[in-house]
Design a protein around this ligand. Structure first.
Ligand SMILES: *Cc1c(COP(=O)(O)O)cnc(C)c1O
Length: 237
């Protein structure tokens, strides 16, 4: 077996395990397994892995650095492969235009200024509105990204009323050191409130390799899985 075949076999085995975890968690929560979309977080891994995952049926990929993501997305598109690209990292406003060129969803929107920058960038570069998720800070620590309190509703309302954007819903990362069930329970409450004013904003992106079961128990529609699919990342990157 060549190294590409070995990597394909490894990714296939990991993907099967992750899909089984998702199915079991859905069954336990009384949900259909097709109610949860798997986003493969391919950050730090090469475009060749993205292409292998696409060949194995993955439809959605996540990246957290614009520089890496734009190169990878270009490479994947050049190979004739169309995927949904989710931007999941902290985003500087001066990168909004670059991200708009390849991302289908920006999941990490956490300020009015970023909403305005993405709206301007999307209006200039795209035919369709850019889907955005507002990132919720579940521990109230803005240093780790996300908005808390009334800012959540201000940022959501601004995104929903921007012509260049479509408000898809919410994204969150469980705080370190807290029971993810408690954190995702709060997220579910917020998501429930959001749809009362924005009925189309039904996406709840939550759950990573260590806590996807808890996220699915609390209504996640998208799980973002890196390590369990692709392996441990080099901590220097
Ligand atoms: C890296 C990352 C993930 C994936 O985390 P794993 O623990 O490797 O599954 C999910 N969401 C965000 C925002 C990330 O940065």
């Amino acid at each position: 077996m060549g190294s590409d075949d070995r990597r394909r076999a490894e990714l296939a085995a990991n993907l099967q395990q992750v899909r089984e975890r998702i199915s079991r968690a859905c069954a336990a929560a009384g949900r259909r397994s097709d109610s949860v979309t798997l986003t493969a977080v391919t950050k730090t891994y090469p475009a060749s892995d993205v292409l292998l995952l696409a060949g194995l049926g993955v439809t959605d990929v996540g990246e957290n650095k614009d520089q890496d993501a734009s190169v990878k997305a270009t490479e994947v598109r050049a190979a004739g492969v169309r995927l949904r690209w989710h931007f999941v990292g902290q985003l500087q406003r001066n990168k909004a235009k670059s991200v708009c060129a390849y991302a289908d969803v920006v999941e990490s929107v956490d300020s009015l200024r970023l909403v305005a920058a993405l709206d301007r960038a999307a209006a200039g570069t795209r035919d369709e509105p850019l889907e955005v998720l507002v990132q919720v800070s579940l521990d109230g620590d803005p240093g780790r990204g996300g908005v808390a309190g009334d800012d959540l509703w201000r940022v959501s309302d601004a995104a929903a009323s921007s012509d260049g954007l479509r408000l898809g819903g919410l994204m969150a990362v469980a705080p370190l050191g807290e029971d993810p069930d408690r954190a995702f329970e709060r997220l579910a409450e917020l998501a429930g409130r959001l749809v009362t004013t924005h009925p189309g904003a039904t996406t709840v992106s939550a759950g990573m390799s260590g806590d996807l079961e808890a996220a699915i128990r609390h209504g996640a529609t998208h799980v973002r899985i890196g390590t369990s699919l692709l392996g441990m990342r080099n901590s220097l990157r």
